[in-house]
Design a protein around this ligand. Structure first.
Ligand code: AR6
Length: 178
């Protein structure tokens, strides 16, 4: 699904966050220590190579909702934005913290003059945030940010399965209309 809202293209695709060559900054669903892990963090660090882990050291640890930016190293992307999602049921208030991940990632992108950003479904894997609830927060937060964006012209949500993508598409239609 592709929509244009407030001059920004919003896309929902099924795929691997580490394989988005036409995007300037990919977002990592990081751990607090910014180390390689499973899921998204594993895929990003594997593709980026050890230089990413090395660069991350100076920013760690980060708090839930925080975001930091590094180079993309061997990824096809110029930047990686690392954000720590809340562990569902543990880091509270989880809706605000998850919203902060999307807000702070987009603010960093704007500060760097980045034109395109790809997000995974932060916190919905190892951190157990229910997908439907997390999707509502992700889409609502991004829609709220759109009128204030100057450099970001494309936001891509990269979901790991078609069923997850369908949840995103339904929520985008519900909240943005059409
Ligand atoms: N591309 C896109 N989406 C993916 C990929 C991928 N390559 N791999 C998994 N997903 P998770 P979290 C989906 O666990 O919940 C890590 O070990 C996955 O299906 O990556 O924020 C870190 O080191 C799910 O929907 O992130 C942290 O310790 C979503 O991406 C912890 O997990 C997020 O799953 C972070 O947990």
């Amino acid at each position: 699904m592709i929509k244009e809202i407030s001059g920004v293209i919003i896309e929902c695709v099924t795929g691997n966050i580490a394989e988005q060559p036409d995007i300037t900054a990919v977002v990592n669903a990081a751990n607090a220590r910014l180390q390689p892990g499973g899921g998204v963090a594993g895929a990003i660090h594997r593709a980026a190579g050890p230089g990413l882990e090395e660069e991350c050291r100076k920013y760690a640890p980060i708090e839930p909702g925080q975001a930091v930016i590094t180079g993309g190293h061997n990824l096809p992307n110029r930047y990686v934005i690392h954000t720590l999602g809340p562990v569902y049921g543990v880091d509270k208030p989880e809706e605000k913290l998850l919203g902060d991940c999307y807000r702070n990632s987009l603010l960093l992108a704007e500060q760097q003059g980045i034109d395109s950003v790809a997000f995974p479904a932060i916190s919905t894997g190892v951190f157990r945030y229910p997908l439907e609830k997390a999707t509502e927060v992700a889409i609502r937060t991004v829609l709220e940010m759109l009128p204030g964006l100057k450099s970001v012209k494309k936001i891509r949500f990269v979901l790991f399965s078609d069923s997850d993508r369908l949840v995103y598409e339904a929520e985008l239609s519900r909240l943005a209309g059409g």
